[in-house]
Design a protein around this ligand. Structure first.
Ligand code: NCD
Length: 464
């Protein structure tokens, strides 16, 4: 199996088999620890970190040095020409001529995708805003597999700021793809984005149950440490099973409370990502401490955290054998060594003997047009760099018509759709709108916008 020349922007850019290949090479890299290899001699890694980082940047740089390569880097937009208004595309084109591989962390969602489109060398996303962090997921999965031997069939709780925590988004996709049950427990108003939940069901074909009414999950209520906080149970995702199977488990919430979880993945409040991270949000934020760990639901649970932690994991549990977060961070070097070596083509990975679960099930259609709707996520790279990035969306739902931005995954529901051939537009609910092929469609947010672009209303739209 070769990954040579590829980029890793989303965890969904690699198949399950490829992930297993990366992790088994990471095992070998782990064994070589302490010795410097010469696999990447003469190769250069560009380390571009436009957001704070300790573990991710240093483990990437340590990984390249252990592989015998060297590192060039920038750690602040202020010290690069981005501060002079240079585009990410131009920067990537240039850095791609200086280095053999680029690692980029940037606050704009989709920035790594743009860099990968222009660099001409492999690009690794080391975190793009609140969106994704695929290499952290590789470390997370590696840690769980080492401790439990498998992912399939495990029940894993993601907890904390699931809205802004990019590590939880990439991890949720990966867990779903490997066949785990995922329980989402969030802090106050910090539930997972709709696009993450929708992807789990539309692309991995799983079943998502959202509890209604009061939060009756015992673990959710307990996740508050000795303080007054608790978590909210947002959803439970179960990997595709037969309907017969599901019928046997009518109440997933009770099942989770009864059987407990195999791992609790805690995350910090991402206060830098939103302005209203008030004291109240902090006070009500879930915490894992000694008392919480005594609960029967967590008896066998590994405690994971991408770090850095604030107060959501009490220091008193650091010595508990279930606490894995420092080990998880330590795995970063071996996992990243494996990934760099594979993308640079200096190593091949062994393909796994048996294929795991179904990969992405549906391949949605892509819609790309300069004329119509743009992404509404203020953190999206296509908004910041609109001068050269045309909006690109996946049509991910029909009732109501829903578009998902290719760069940041943010969803929107346009109101009107124009036919490029006839130059007539319709309300999206109009049956005739559904008959237009995506390749002939232009989506608009308002009639004014459609008319500005030279489209005429359909007879029905005129009557309205
Ligand atoms: C995470 C990140 O940057 O998203 N840290 C990491 O890379 N290990 C988590 C965080 O910052 O909370």
């Amino acid at each position: 199996m070769s990954l040579a020349g590829r980029s890793l922007v989303s965890i969904n850019d690699v198949s399950n088999g490829e992930v297993e290949g990366i992790l088994s090479l990471a095992d070998k890299m782990q064994d070589s620890k302490g010795s410097k290899l010469d696999l990447c001699q003469g190769k250069i890694l560009a380390s571009l970190f436009f957001e704070p980082s300790t573990r991710t940047r240093l483990s990437f740089e340590a990984a390249m040095q252990r592989l015998g390569g060297s590192v060039i880097g920038a750690v602040d937009t202020k010290t690069t020409s981005l501060s002079k208004g240079e585009s990410i595309a131009d920067m990537a084109r240039v850095v791609g001529k200086y280095a053999d591989i680029i690692v980029i962390r940037h606050p704009w969602e989709g920035a790594a995708r743009v860099a990968a489109e222009y660099a001409g060398v492999p690009v690794i996303n080391a975190g793009d805003g609140s969106h994704e962090h695929p290499t952290q997921t590789l470390c997370d999965i590696y840690t769980i597999k080492k401790a439990r031997g498998k992912i399939k069939g495990l029940t894993i709780a993601l907890c904390g700021d699931l809205k802004h925590g990019r590590t939880t988004h990439s991890l949720a996709y990966m867990l779903a793809r490997f066949g785990a049950t995922i329980v989402f427990y969030s802090g106050p108003s910090l539930g997972p984005p709709e696009y993450v939940l929708r992807k789990l069901t539309t692309e991995y074909n799983g079943v998502l149950r959202r509890p209604t009414g009061r939060n009756l999950s015992s673990l959710a209520l307990a996740l508050g440490g000795s303080g007054k906080a608790s978590a909210t149970l947002d959803a439970i995702y179960v990997t595709p099973r037969t309907s017969h199977d599901l019928a046997l488990i009518p109440d997933l919430r009770a099942e989770v409370d009864l059987k407990g979880v195999d791992a609790l993945y805690m995350t910090r409040l991402q206060q830098e990502r939103f302005s209203d991270a008030k004291g109240d949000t902090r006070k009500a934020y879930p915490v894992v401490d000694k008392d919480v760990l005594k609960r029967k639901e967590l008896k066998r649970a590994l405690v994971l955290h991408p770090l850095p932690r604030l107060d959501e994991i009490a220091r008193e549990i650091d010595a508990d054998p279930r606490s894995m977060y420092f080990e998880q961070a330590a795995h970063g070097v071996a996992v990243r060594m494996a990934l760099i070596a594979l993308l640079l083509g200096v190593q091949q990975a062994e393909a796994p003997a048996e294929r795991t679960l179904p990969e992405v099930v549906t391949q949605p259609e892509i819609y790309r047009s300069d004329l119509g709707s743009r992404c509404e996520n203020p953190a999206c790279v296509s908004v910041h760099e609109a001068r050269y990035i045309a909006p690109e969306f996946v049509v991910c739902g029909n009732k109501p018509l829903t578009l998902r931005c290719v760069y940041c995954d943010y969803e929107k529901q346009p109101n009107y759709v124009g036919n490029l051939k006839s130059r007539i537009y319709y309300a999206c609910q109009d049956i005739r709108a559904r008959q237009i092929k995506v390749s002939n469609s232009v989506f608009f947010d308002s009639e004014e916008k459609a008319q500005e672009r030279g489209f005429r209303p359909s007879a029905k739209a005129q009557q309205r």
